[in-house]
Design a protein around this ligand. Structure first.
Ligand SMILES: *[C@@H]1O[C@H](CO)[C@@H](O)[C@H](O)[C@H]1NC(C)=O
Ligand SMILES: *[C@@H]1O[C@H](CO)[C@@H](O)[C@H](O)[C@H]1NC(C)=O
Ligand SMILES: *[C@@H]1O[C@H](CO)[C@@H](O)[C@H](O)[C@H]1NC(C)=O
Ligand SMILES: *[C@@H]1O[C@H](CO)[C@@H](O)[C@H](O)[C@H]1NC(C)=O
Ligand SMILES: *[C@@H]1O[C@H](CO)[C@@H](O)[C@H](O)[C@H]1NC(C)=O
Length: 498
C-alpha cells in the first residue's frame, strides 16, 4: 500500500518496478513530468487501485493494461497529458477517470460493452471526436460524462433500458433533438447538453422525465415556445434554457416547480410579463444557511465571467453544495411590464439578473429583503422612480448594475451602498444625483420617491455653476459671521471699557 499523494517526485519512480506486491498506489499531484514506463502497465499485476491524477504524465497508453483481476479495479488518470486513442481497459475496471487529458479519436466501440463493472465513464475535456456509438444503448453505466470534446452527430436512439442516471455531453458539436429513450429510463436524473447545436422544439416526451433534477439545454438552437408542461417536472432543481431561440411568453406553470433553485431563461426572444407566481418558487424562498460569501467578491469583468462560469457548473461548483445556490436569470429578452413585488419573496436568491429587457415602473422597495443577494443586475431596462434605499441593507452584494434606465432622485448612501461608487453602474440615468456621479442634489430628494420639480433639470453640465454658487454662499456666510462677531464683541467690550 503506497500513498504519497502531494509529495514532489518530478520523475516516475523506477523503484516501483521492484514493488510487485503493491495493490494500492496513489501518486496524484506529485508533480511527475514524465512518460509512464511500459513495465508499469503490464507487470504490476497486483495493483487494484491506481491514482495518477493531476500530474504531467504524457505518452500513449498501451492497449493491454494488466493490473489485478480484482472485481473493482480503480484507475484514475485524470488531469494529465496522456494522448493517443482511448485504449480498451481491463474488463474488471469499476472506476475509470480519463478526464482532462489529450485523448483523441472516437470513443472505442467496445468501451460500453466490455466494461460490465464500470459505473461511470468520465472522458470530459479531451479531444474525442466522431459519433456516439450505438453500443451506448447496451451499457450499464450510471454516469456518462463526455463534456468538452468534439463529438458530432446525433444522440443515438436506444430501445433497451439502461441504468443511466446522469448524461453529460455539454460542449460538443451534437445536433438533432433529444431522444425519447432518455425519459424511459427509470432513474434518469441529470441531462447536460449545454453548448451543442441541438435544435427543434422541446419534445413533449420530456414530460415523462419525472425524476429529472437537472435539465441544462443552454447554448443550443431550440425553438418554439417554452412548453407549459415543463411545470410538471416536479423534481427539477436546475432548468437552464439560456441562449436558445425560444419565443413567446414565459408560462406561469413553471412556478409549480417547487424544488427549482436555478432558473436561467436568459438570452432568448421571450416577451410579455414576468409571472407574478414566480414568487412561489418554494426552494428559492429559503435563505441558505451558509454564513458569508458564496461567490468570490471580485469586482469587474472577472466577476462577470465568474458568474457565467458559475452558472455553467452550478451543480458541482467546488465544495459548495447545490442546496446553497439560487439563481433567477431572465436577462436579455424582451420582457415587459413591471418587476412583480412577489419576486422579493425569494429570500434565498444569490444571483438576480433582469438586465436588457423592457421592464418599466419602479423597483419594489422590498428588494432590500433579499439579504443573500451577491449579484443584482437591472441595467438596460426602462425602470424609473427612486433607487430603493433598502439596497444598502444587502451586505453581501458584490455587483450592482443599474445603468441605462430612467432612475431619478438621490442615489442612496449608507452601509453597502457606500461601496458602489463606480459611476459606470449609474450611467444612462438622466435624472439621478449624488456624489457617486458628481451631480449634487438640490432639495430633499433623499426621502422622496421621485425627483422634485426643481431638480428634474439637474444635469451634469451645470455642476460647476452650482459649485460656484455654493462657494459664494459660503463666503457670504463667513463675512456675515465675522461682522456679527465684531459687533457683538465690541458692544460688550466697549461698554466695559467705557
Ligand atoms: C487539467 O489538467 C491540467 C494539467 O494537470 C491542470 O493544470 C488543470 O488544472 C486541469 N484542469 C481542470 C479543470 O481540472
Ligand atoms: C400548475 O400551475 C397552474 C397555473 O399556474 C395551475 O392551474 C395548476 O393547478 C398547477 N398544477 C399543479 C400540479 O400544481
Ligand atoms: C435595513 O435593515 C434594518 C434592520 O434589519 C431595518 O430596520 C431597516 O428598515 C432596513 N432598511 C431599509 C431601507 O429597508
Ligand atoms: C423619465 O423620468 C422622468 C421623470 O422622472 C420623466 O419625466 C420622463 O418622462 C421619463 N422618461 C421616460 C423615457 O420614461
Ligand atoms: C468627480 O470629481 C472628482 C474630483 O473632481 C474626479 O476625480 C472624478 O473623476 C469625477 N468623477 C466623475 C464621474 O466625473
Amino acid at each position: 500500500y503506497l500513498d504519497i499523494r502531494g509529495c514532489k517526485l518530478g520523475r516516475f519512480p523506477s523503484w516501483l518496478q521492484t514493488q510487485k506486491p503493491l495493490t494500492y498506489l496513489d501518486l496524484s499531484s506529485t508533480g511527475i513530468s514524465d512518460s509512464v514506463p511500459n513495465w508499469f502497465w503490464n507487470s504490476m499485476t497486483n495493483l487494484s487501485t491506481v491514482y495518477l491524477a493531476n500530474n504531467e504524465l504524457h505518452g500513449v497508453l498501451p492497449n493491454l493494461i494488466k493490473f489485478s483481476d480484482d472485481a473493482d479495479l480503480i484507475i484514475d488518470l485524470s488531469s494529465n497529458f496522456f494522448e493517443g486513442p482511448v485504449p480498451i481497459f481491463p474488463s474488471n475496471t469499476a472506476e475509470l477517470d480519463l478526464s482532462n487529458n489529450s485523448f483523441v479519436g472516437p470513443i472505442p466501440d467496445g468501451i460500453f460493452q466490455l466494461l460490465p463493472n464500470l459505473s461511470a465513464l468520465l472522458l470530459s475535456m479531451n479531444k474525442i471526436n466522431g459519433e456516439i456509438p450505438m453500443s451506448i444503448c447496451n451499457s450499464q453505466f450510471i454516469t456518462i460524462s463526455i463534456t468538452d470534446n468534439n463529438l458530432s452527430g446525433e444522440l443515438p436512439n436506444c430501445r433497451n433500458n439502461t441504468r443511466l442516471e446522469v448524461l453529460e455531453l455539454s460542449n460538443n458539436n451534437l445536433f438533432g433533438g433529444i431522444p425519447k429513450w432518455l425519459c424511459e429510463l427509470p432513474r434518469f436524473q441529470s441531462l447536460h447538453l449545454r453548448e451543442n447545436s441541438l435544435s427543434g422544439e422541446l419534445p413533449p416526451l420530456l414530460k415523462t422525465c419525472k425524476s429529472l433534477e437537472i435539465l441544462d439545454l443552454g447554448g443550443n438552437i431550440f425553438t418554439g415556445r417554452i412548453p407549459a408542461w415543463l411545470g410538471e417536472l416536479s423534481s427539477l432543481k436546475i432548468l437552464s434554457l439560456t441562449s436558445n431561440k425560444f419565443v413567446g411568453q414565459i408560462p406561469t406553470e413553471l412556478s409549480n416547480l417547487t424544488a427549482l433553485q436555478i432558473l436561467d431563461l436568459s438570452n432568448n426572444n421571450l416577451l410579455g410579463p414576468i409571472p407574478m407566481s414566480f414568487g412561489n418558487f418554494m426552494a428559492m424562498r429559503n435563505p441558505h444557511t451558509e454564513i458569508g460569501f458564496i461567490l468570490n467578491n471580485t469586482i469587474g469583468n472577472a466577476y462577470e465571467n465568474m458568474i457565467l462560469d458559475f452558472k455553467g457548473r452550478a451543480d458541482r461548483y467546488g465544495s459548495i453544495p447545490l442546496s446553497q445556490i439560487m439563481i433567477l436569470d431572465l436577462s436579455r429578452n424582451s420582457l415587459s411590464g413591471s418587476i412583480p413585488y412577489e419576486l422579493t419573496n425569494l429570500l434565498g436568491l444569490l444571483i438576480f439578473d433582469l438586465s436588457s429587457n423592457d421592464l418599466m415602473g419602479q423597483v419594489p422597495a422590498q428588494i432590500g429583503d433579499l439579504t443573500q443577494l451577491e449579484y443584482l443586475n437591472l441595467s438596460r431596462n426602462k425602470l424609473s422612480g427612486a433607487i430603493p434605499s433598502g439596497l444598502s441593507n444587502l451586505s453581501f452584494l458584490g455587483l450592482l448594475d443599474l445603468s441605462y434606465n430612467n432612475f431619478s432622485g438621490r442615489i442612496p448612501t449608507g452601509k453597502q451602498m457606500d461601496t458602489f461608487t463606480n459611476p459606470k453602474i449609474y450611467v444612462g440615468n438622466q435624472y439621478l444625483c449624488g456624489f457617486q456621479i458628481n451631480v449634487s442634489c438640490t432639495g430633499n430628494e433623499g426621502e422622496a420617491e421621485g425627483p422634485t420639480i426643481g431638480q428634474s433639470n439637474q444635469t451634469p453640465t451645470n455642476v460647476s455653476e452650482n459649485e460656484d454658487k455654493n462657494r459664494k454662499e459660503i463666503l457670504l456666510l463667513c463675512l456675515i459671521t465675522i461682522a456679527g462677531f465684531a459687533v457683538g464683541f465690541w458692544t460688550i467690550t466697549g461698554v466695559l471699557l467705557v
